[in-house]
Every structure is written in structure tokens, then in C-alpha cells.
Design a protein around this ligand. Structure first.
Ligand SMILES: NC(=O)c1ccc[n+]([C@@H]2O[C@H](COP(=O)([O-])OP(=O)(O)OC[C@H]3O[C@@H](n4cnc5c(N)ncnc54)[C@H](O)[C@@H]3O)[C@@H](O)[C@H]2O)c1
Length: 436
């Protein structure tokens, strides 16, 4: 089967490589010529475990191709996946300009049947807009009788575990409105069906909504636990105990109940905002999600507040260290990362900031420039520090030599935004977690 994937970002590149691994002939297309040139040289634009060897293997087998001109690729394929970004617009709604631009480009050069599948996260009604944009361009060219279908196939992969998630998903959600589209997508996902996972076919609006509802639910669990954690601090309860206590209830389950310093990334923040805006556009207010957002924004500022309170608001000129910059472990993605909020607060307060992340240092340099010191490793970061912030729970931060860390710091204050550490008093650190 020959397919095109438009947009070679986290979703597009992983999907393309995985479909190729399953035997499809995949053409990945992006307008970013530099990115495509790099990929042709074997250079990955993102960090994602297992991705590079998979890309290499499939390029060498001539099943994975990288292109910049969609019009040249279109005649070669049956299915076109749209996987371009849908960043938040000024009012929080999803910016569909990239998606619709791709739709128009397809309409400008399509001359035989294609199935256009939206993999980007898009609000209900977008597939209809994609269809209308393609139809308009076909009509302009006098190709109004060319048939095509649209479908929705939202992606649920997690950065940091993207290849595994794509290959062994809990479920694949597919919204279709024709038997032909259903047949093509059933065939495409057949190899994965052998592994016994489910493909859930539904109507297109329900598929589009499922993606937002899933992310909104997960974000809600995180903000709910953060709210509980904050209350635990007031009343003298330990949220780690509470988490275990409620997570063992099979109706609740243990996932996404970890309190911390807020969720970030390219999906939860923007998808929650977009769902709130979709509701507003329809005259409805998502009260729960408004609160989810509020709690999250407050949570991202909590680490600085703990530090500021500890030093009685006398933090100007203090040296601090940050371990972890990416929005979560396993990725170099810093979109909406808590580290960015913390760094801004610290710099505004006149602190000197040293940072270390195993993977996201280049991305941090691109975003923050020379406003912070980039340490060579986790021990280098803490030299002379008045506080150490643990922001991203990378594995290599789990068991550092606390003796060395303490000896290097000016004052052993450890502010743990991920509640990972359980240091005995004998280590001599002042420890602050979230909700404990
Ligand atoms: N990142 C994730 O973990 C994740 C998970 C599930 C769903 N999603 C959704 O998938 C979509 C893509 O997200 P991402 O993180 O992969 O985005 P990204 O920003 O990493 O990549 C998007 C790519 O699209 C390209 N592009 C933009 N306009 C184009 C055009 N007209 N033609 C060709 N290429 C174009 C960009 O150059 C870029 O390389 C979004 O809607 C996102 O919400 C993301």
C-alpha cells in the first residue's frame, strides 16, 4: 500500500516510519526543506527512542521516502495522512491554517481517487472543512468529478514512547463516512490487528471529539491530583499516601494520579484550550476544564514560590540549579514546559540559573539563549547553588550521589517538582516536594 504523510513532526515522522516498518510504501512530505534534507542524510529532527534505526532501516529498504513537493507524491499514493501542527490561535482555538493549506494543495493537483485522513488533532467539523477546501480547488480546475473520501484518525502516541505506542496502541480510533474509506483503513491497520488490538470505527465527529475528550480527561486527573496535593500541605496529609490509597480503587486506577509541577507539552495545554473554545463557539462553558487550566497555570509557579518563601523573599543574586528541561522525560520537546516558567520567574527575581538536561540542552539553547548557564552534567549544575530544582524526572536523576551534590551546593535545599526523592534526614538536605 502506498501512502503519503504530510507534516514530518513528532506524529508524522513516527507514523511514517512505523507504517513503513509494517511494509507500506511511505512518502513523508514537509514544507521545511532543511528538515527533509537532514532526514535524507539520516539526521533526526527530534529525539525519540527507537526512531532513528527504524527510519534508517526503512530508507535503506526504499520503503520510506522524504519529499518536499506534495504534487509529485500525490499521483503515487492512495491514502494521504495530514499530520501537520494545529497550534493554539490567539483565542485558544486550534489554528487550522496548516491543515487547510494541505487540503488546498491536495485539491490543486489531485486527479484520481484519494482517501484523505486527518491525523492532526482537530476540532469537530474540521474534516468537513478539509473536504470543502479540496472540493473547491477541484472545481476551480474543472476536476469536479474526481472522487475522494475524508476520514479522521486521531493519534494517541506519547512522546518518549512514541514508536511503542504507535506499534502497540490501546486502540486506533477511525472516523469514516464511506465503506470505501473503511475498507482502505481496515486494510492499512490489518498488520496491527494481528496483535489483537482494537480498531474502533465511528462517525467522523465522534472520532474528532474522542481525541480531545481523552486529553482533557488526562489533564483533569493531573490537575485534580495537584489540587488535592496542595490541600494536603495545608492539612498535614501526605499526597503520596493518598495517591496510593485512591489509585488502588479499581474504579479510579493508578495512572495519571501523580502530583507535580504542572503538565506541559504540545498536546494537553493546547487541546484543553481548544476544547474550551469549541464549547464557547457553541454557546457552552466547560467549567471543569476552565478549572483544570487554572490549577495547572498555578502549579507551574509553585516551585518558585516554595523557594521564595524559604528565603523570605530574599532571592536576588542567589544561584540555583535546575535538573530537567523537557516537558517530560524521553523527549527533547520543551513546548509549554514547566522549566520555562520557572526559569523566567528565577531570572526576573535576579537569580543565576544553571541548567542540565540529558537530551534537551540544544532545544533549551534555541529557546532561552545565553540567559542561563548550561552545565556539563548534573553535578556541574549544582556547584555553589542555593537551591536545586528537580523539574523533569529523567532516570539519570533518580540515584545521584547525594554526598557529592550536597558538598557542591552552597545550601542543600532540594525542591522536587516530581516527588521522586525520599531522602533520609541523615543526608542533610532540606527537602520540599508537592503535597508532602
Ligand atoms: N506531539 C505529540 O505527542 C502528538 C500526539 C498526538 C497528536 N498530536 C497532534 O498531531 C499534530 C502534529 O503534531 P506534531 O507534534 O507532530 O507537530 P510538529 O510541530 O512536530 O510537526 C508539524 C510539521 O508539519 C509541517 N508542516 C506545516 N505546514 C505544512 C504544510 N503545509 N505541508 C507540509 N508540512 C507542513 C511542519 O514543517 C512540521 O514539520 C498536531 O495536531 C498535534 O496536536 C501530537
Amino acid at each position: 500500500m502506498k501512502i503519503a504523510i504530510i507534516g514530518v513532526g513528532y506524529v508524522g515522522l513516527v507514523s511514517g516510519a512505523c507504517f513503513a516498518e509494517l511494509g507500506a510504501d511511505v512518502y513523508c512530505v514537509d514544507v521545511d526543506e532543511r528538515k527533509i534534507a537532514q532526514l535524507r542524510e539520516g539526521v533526526m529532527p527530534i529525539y525519540e527512542a527507537r526512531l532513528q534505526p527504524m527510519v534508517k532501516r526503512n530508507v535503506e529498504a526504499s520503503r520510506l521516502h522524504f519529499e518536499t513537493d506534495l504534487s509529485l507524491v500525490l499521483p503515487l499514493v492512495e491514502i494521504v495522512f495530514i499530520a501537520v501542527g494545529t497550534p493554539p490561535d490567539q483565542d485558544g482555538s486550534a489554528d487550522l491554517s496548516h491543515v487547510l493549506e494541505v487540503a488546498r494543495t491536495i485539491g490543486k493537483s489531485m486527479d484520481s481517487y484519494k482517501l484523505i485522513v486527518c491525523k492532526s488533532t482537530v476540532p469537530v467539523g474540521t474534516s468537513r472543512k478539509v473536504k470543502a477546501a479540496i472540493r473547491e480547488e477541484l472545481d476551480k480546475r474543472g476536476f469536479g468529478d474526481v472522487e475522494f473520501d475524508v476520514a479522521s484518525n486521531p493519534e494517541f502516541l506519547k512522546e518518549g514512547n512514541a514508536v511503542e505506542d504507535f506499534m502497540k496502541p490501546d486502540r486506533v480510533v477511525v472516523g469514516v463516512e464511506s465503506d470505501r474509506a473503511k475498507e482502505l483503513l481496515t486494510y492499512l491497520y490489518k498488520p496491527m490487528q494481528l496483535n489483537n488490538f482494537r480498531v474502533l470505527f465511528m462517525d467522523i465527529p465522534s472520532a474528532e471529539m474522542t481525541k480531545y475528550a481523552a486529553n482533557a480527561m488526562l489533564a483533569t486527573r493531573i490537575s485534580f491530583m495537584n489540587d488535592i496535593a496542595n490541600l494536603c500541605e495545608y492539612v498535614g496529609a501526605d499526597v503520596n499516601m493518598v495517591r496510593r490509597g485512591i489509585g488502588s480503587d479499581s474504579r479510579i486506577g493508578s495512572k495519571f494520579l501523580y502530583p507535580g509541577c504542572g503538565y506541559g507539552g504540545s498536546c494537553f495545554p493546547k487541546d484543553v484550550k481548544a476544547l474550551i473554545q469549541t464549547a464557547r463557539d457553541n454557546g457552552y462553558e466547560m467549567r471543569v476544564l476552565n478549572a483544570v487550566e487554572d490549577v495547572n497555570a498555578r502549579q507551574k509557579k509553585l516551585l518558585f514560590e516554595k523557594f521564595d518563601r524559604y528565603y523570605n523573599h530574599d532571592v536576588k543574586g542567589r544561584k540555583v540549579a535546575i535538573w530537567g528541561l523537557s516537558f517530560k522525560p524521553g523527549t527533547d520537546d520543551m513546548r509549554e514546559a514547566t522549566s520555562l516558567v520557572l526559569i523566567q520567574q528565577l531570572l526576573e527575581a535576579g537569580c543565576e540559573v544553571s541548567v542540565y538536561d540529558p537530551i534537551a540542552m540544544d532545544e533549551a539553547k534555541r529557546r532561552i539563549g545565553d540567559k542561563v548557564r548550561y552545565a556539563n552534567d548534573l553535578y556541574d549544575a549544582v556547584i555553589d547553588a542555593d537551591a536545586l530544582f528537580h523539574v523533569t524526572e529523567w532516570k539519570e536523576f533518580r540515584m545521584p550521589s547525594w554526598e557529592v551534590v550536597k558538598r557542591s551546593m552552597n545550601n542543600p535545599l532540594l525542591i522536587d517538582g516530581r516527588n521522586v526523592y525520599d531522602l533520609p534526614d541523615s543526608f542533610g538536605f532540606t527537602y520540599m516536594g508537592i503535597g508532602i
